[in-house]
Design a protein around this ligand. Sequence first.
Ligand code: AMP
Length: 553
Amino acid sequence: MLDFARTAEAIGATSSTLEKSRLLADYLRRLPPDDLRRAAIYMSGQPYGRAERRTLNLGWAAIGKVVGRLSRRPPEELNGLFLKHSDLGDWTFDALSEATHPAATSMAEVAAALEEIRTARTAAAKQQLLEALLDRLDPLAAKYVVKVLSFELRIGLQEGLVEAALASAFEVPLATVRRIHMLTGDIGETAVRCRAGELADTRITLFQPIRFMLATAVETPEEAFQRMQTEVVWTEEKYDGVRCQLHSSGGRCELFSRELKETSEAFPEIVEAGLGLIHEVLLDGEVLAHDGTQVLPFFELQRRLGRKVVSSALRAEVPLVFVAFDLLYLDGDVVMDRPLEERRRLMEELGMKPPFLLARLETARDPEHLDRIFAETRDRGNEGLMVKDPHSPYSPGRRGMSWLKLKRPLATLDVVVTAVEWGHGKRRGVLSDYTFAVREAETGQLLNVGKAYTGLTDAEIATMTEFFLANTVADYGRSRLVEPNTVIEVAFDSIQRSARHRSGFALRFPRIVRLREDKPVAEIDTLARVRELHERYFARLIPLAQVAEVSEE
Ligand code: AMP
């Protein structure tokens, strides 16, 4: 394990992606198959491969408690160390320095210990096992075990780089590595197949999620046509629900989220309907909340997310549909390489019934036509339009030019910063997370409507950190209330009702566009403006008939 940790450390120390990939390839090439499988998975910042579908159920708080106990350091010191890093792994390294009893520990032994932790019944037993494991490790190895457990190595190594390293380590074309990865959905399995030269017979395995195809954002209909370079483009509504992959075969049906996690439990009625399909399929689509005639706003769907058990009351209150827009596998055949046109035809021939619907499809001949369709979809209250190349294959995990998204350009809001927090990862040591408010015109009260993390340059963040330190009203450790005198402009995806903020609203995915030093706090946007935008764009119900159609009709 120490070898792994040293390699990871060296990868983190260089900023050159080429060098990172070379270091990783040199390391992976030396490993026997079992270690290779583990190392590829751990280097991607996961304790288990996706195909294994296992979770440890060990949160930051539990890991923190174990490290704290093992370190035998006083809480103040531990807190101080944590603030320095804001990264669980880096903190572990400092906290455990000279505190453990290192003995040579192989990656197989670490994997076995993780398996014991996974199967332990109680939280206390899990923590005890983790403590025993960390105690056997050198602090550097412990640092990387903790990073793997917290799902982030933070050494600048994305899965794409692990793929590149595998290609170079085993002299396999990168495109082949990607294809194997896409089909197996598991970087560990990919590594082992590359090493063994098993490159040809990788097929789709149902019930192993495949990475989702993604879309590139474009600003205008003209740009969409330029990028796509086809005679006509296909358009589909851009539904504001959650992405979902459905696998169904032989009395088994499972659903997977955009992160490739199984979500069958959250959407039992979709699973039940999937069991009724007579074909063996892998469908890509979007789950939406609807009440029989209308699509409900996203916040209704949110009530159904992340649940293990869905009560019948909630099922009745927030019913669901699955709007299918792609078909990757049908009755034993991988169809994802066939043109979208053909996949759509096959999907229409499936004769699916509600709750299955097909994405509403229209063909656009030129930019003016596309613009008209775009305006119509926005009038129906949708967030935008997907533009697809009818001749294109399905490309898992890629954000290419075959799928584009045209989104409604939204008004931005000018808001004031009311509280700030220390950042994580690259942003540790600076105050980078801003909570912000709008003004209630009648009372002048500031009411929070969201929290944004990104958008400013490093230099701006550094300057603002100094500024906020000097303008702190109350220091709560991680967060600080600041004097509300910094105006920023924020963009966002939507506005939803929220009980979390006193304003009653929350911006979804807010991003800081710029600092508005020119704008006095008295002139920031008001709660009334937020309410108006919400009503105009996000509260309206969309009639189902206009959103999607059933193939039979
Ligand atoms: P974005 O999240 O803005 O990158 O947009 C891509 C997301 O739009 C996808 O991941 C889907 O969840 C969603 N989406 C909604 N409607 C469609 C559609 N007709 N085709 C593909 N993706 C869609």
